[in-house]
Design a protein around this ligand. Structure first.
Ligand code: PMP
Length: 283
């Protein structure tokens, strides 16, 4: 595949970054993953805005304007073969001449983009839902930032995979935060519930779309703190992300969620999401 690195488009296998790059040494960088359907980036402005928020919080000067970012994303998409892609974009604080925790005096960010085929959940998985485990959320207190320092998320996702599960659902101080790489929604008595945005979770682009769709279609919903026990006794649990879209979680810690099958509200939300995606793509 073709990637972008510091001003050049080149085959991914030929891209090289210095081992002194701060993303390698310190995880010092921001990233985004942007879904592309039929060669059209979905919610591109929102992804670029979130990147801007992360960069500002990391005090990393944004090397490009929103218009430049959009052009670069479209260029990477154009240079790759797939109709549906997931574009990965990373900005790191670049390299110094030696390892030093404090920022370099002169910062030259490393800008990297690559793309891969977008693989949304296959029909069989949508039909059965996926299994999840619970885990204590031991991440730092800036989970609202999309940084490449993802060691805790990797450990938490691996914890799920080693138990034959697709995701870890994270709890902090008895409350739901999110998944290792997704946001979490539950349904209780026909009401869709999800935690409010805070420093404890990533403000998901898909999370926003799901809330917009609930409002548009008059689905009863509440954004509020959710107790661990409310998740464990929920009728439905879903995970949302740019690549998983809306995916039912049908077992938690080996016990069935509700009926043990994807529930009606989640199926409806998945259908609304597909419709919305398709109308945006055609417009
Ligand atoms: N939370 C975390 C920790 C994530 O890594 C992701 C996926 N990027 C999400 C939530 C979902 O965010 P989005 O809908 O923007 O993909």
């Amino acid at each position: 595949s073709i990637c972008y690195l510091d001003g050049q488009y080149l085959p991914l296998a030929e891209a090289r970054v210095s081992p002194l790059d701060r993303s390698f040494l310190f995880g010092d960088g921001a990233y985004e993953v942007i879904p592309v359907y039929s060669r059209r980036p979905f919610r591109l402005e929102e992804h670029i805005a979130r990147l801007g928020n992360t960069l500002a919080a990391l005090r990393l000067p944004d090397p490009h304007s929103a218009v430049q970012w959009a052009d670069m994303v479209r260029e990477v998409v154009a240079r790759n073969a797939w109709e549906d892609q997931s574009v990965y974009l990373q900005v790191s604080r670049g390299a110094d001449d030696k390892r030093n925790h404090a920022f370099p005096a002169v910062i030259r960010p490393t800008v990297f983009m690559m793309s891969d085929a977008l693989l949304t959940p296959p029909a069989a998985q949508l039909d059965s839902g996926v299994a999840a485990v619970s885990a204590a959320d031991f991440r730092w207190l800036r989970c609202d930032l999309k940084t490449v320092a993802l060691l805790a998320n990797c450990l938490l996702r691996q914890h799920a995979v080693e138990q034959g599960c697709a995701e870890s659902i994270l709890f902090r101080d008895g409350f739901l935060t999110e998944g290792a790489a997704s946001n979490i929604f539950i349904v209780r008595d026909g009401v869709m519930l999800t935690p409010p945005k805070s420093h404890l979770m990533l403000p998901g682009i898909t999370y926003d779309v799901v809330l917009e769709l609930a409002a548009r279609h008059g689905l009863p919903h509440e954004v509020r703190e959710i107790l661990e026990d409310e998740v464990r006794s929920a009728d439905e649990i879903w995970m949302t992300s740019s690549t998983k879209e809306v995916l039912a979680i049908t077992t938690l810690d080996g016990r069935p969620v509700g009926s043990g099958r994807p529930g009606p509200v989640g199926r409806q939300m998945h259908a609304w999401y597909q419709d919305f995606k398709n109308t945006v793509m055609r417009s």
